[in-house]
Design a protein around this ligand. Structure first.
Ligand SMILES: Cc1cc2nc3c(=O)[nH]c(=O)nc-3n(C[C@H](O)[C@H](O)[C@H](O)COP(=O)(O)O)c2cc1C
Length: 356
């Protein structure tokens, strides 16, 4: 049996245990996802911020481009989040200084959003479309949701950032567990206290693999075949890569963002709450630096507050105010097509593991 065949590839019915990470924010286009799945891996839609119609449309596009399995990723909302009016006004004031710099005329106000309803509607589409794989981050869905997904034959993936969270996910009924090391780009998937979810992959993967019986998917800092082979030695059965797919031709990342990734070095990535109120790793810029020490709103309120700022910055091609999520392996990113990247990953791992 070659390196690529294991109980995870059997369960998912895919050729290679290589996942393109779900990445919310428009980067995981149907083209990116389907190219990954057509190359034998698993493409995943970052659907956390998408409404149900958008998700349905993308699922249908993916299905027109591939008959292979793919995944949809959702954020489990924490509905108890609130902030005092004074805190909100203070943040509105802090951000207004940046919005006027970007030429936004209207005063920045916190938009009202109903994340509970959004999540319910997202789930409805996942059920209706019988999506092959559904992954979750930021929380664990309740048992009714897990039951319904099981009924549909949907494979459930949970994101853990320490051993206790991995065990929680296994107990809740996850089929696969993503162990997200602190090298990872984007938001931490931590379920509880943020400081408890900052373990590096080298230490996290073997400890999670020892603690759970379900297959473990390593995420964080894997950019090439060496990373895959190393994570395999540490006990992972699957490998989820995010940053390296952002600079693929088929990714929907803004060219300014792609360019920032292609030119960044590992020490330039920082963990910041400045954009969203939740810890996330990205390339440092004026916004992450100047917001340090500010009293931020909790997630998702801070994220909602900075949304128009980020949008305008992207429109004006102004990277200093964009969230440039990227992992610590950023120096290894290159401009490439999905097919080329998948071939490099697969052939490189084969050479390292199977000695071919
Ligand atoms: C731009 C970006 C957006 C992300 N969005 C999500 C998301 O919506 N859901 C999720 O579970 N993980 C998300 N992640 C985390 C990835 O699933 C994965 O853990 C990470 O990319 C792995 O580390 P790497 O970037 O070093 O490969 C995101 C990562 C990036 C870089």
């Amino acid at each position: 049996m070659g390196w690529n065949r294991n109980r995870l590839t059997e369960k998912l019915d895919i050729q290679y245990p290589v996942f393109q990470a779900p990445m919310a924010g428009g980067m995981t286009t149907p083209r990116l996802i389907s190219e990954v799945s057509n190359s034998g891996g698993l493409g995943n839609m970052g659907a956390g911020y998408m409404n149900s119609d958008e998700i349905r449309e993308d699922i249908r596009k993916i299905r027109s481009l591939t008959d292979k399995p793919f995944g949809v990723n959702l954020f489990v909302p924490n509905l108890g989040v609130s902030a005092q009016n004074e805190e909100i006004s203070r943040m509105e004031e802090v951000l207004t200084q940046y919005s006027s710099e970007l030429g936004i005329k209207e005063k920045l106000l916190l938009p009202k959003k109903d994340y509970g309803t959004l999540y319910e509607k997202q789930l409805e589409v996942v059920f209706e479309e019988s999506v092959p794989v559904c992954s979750f981050t930021f929380g664990i869905p309740d048992s009714n949701v897990i039951r319904e997904l099981n009924k549909q034959g949907t494979i459930i993936i949970g994101t853990a950032t320490n051993v206790n969270e991995a065990v929680e996910w296994e107990d809740a009924g996850a089929d696969l567990i993503v162990a997200q090391g602190s090298e990872a780009g984007g938001h931490r998937g931590t379920l509880h206290k943020e400081e408890s979810g900052l373990i590096g992959s080298m230490a996290l993967i073997p400890q999670v693999a020892d603690a759970v019986s379900k297959p473990v998917v390593a995420a964080g800092g894997i950019m090439d075949a060496r990373g895959i082979a190393a994570a395999m030695m540490l006990g992972a059965a699957g490998f989820q890569l995010g940053t390296v797919f952002l600079t693929c031709r088929e990714s929907g990342a803004n060219p300014i963002y792609k360019n920032a990734i292609l030119n960044a070095t590992e020490e330039q990535t920082v963990l910041t709450k400045a954009f969203s109120g939740k810890l996330a790793r990205g390339i440092s810029n004026r916004f992450t630096e100047e917001m340090e020490g500010q009293q931020l709103l909790p997630y998702p309120l801070q994220n909602d507050m900075t949304a128009s700022l980020r949008k305008q910055a992207a429109k004006l091609e102004h990277p200093e105010f964009m969230s440039l999520w990227a992992g610590q392996g950023v120096r290894m990113a290159e401009e490439i097509t999905v097919k080329e990247l998948m071939l490099k990953l697969v052939k490189g791992t084969e050479a390292l593991i199977d000695g071919k």
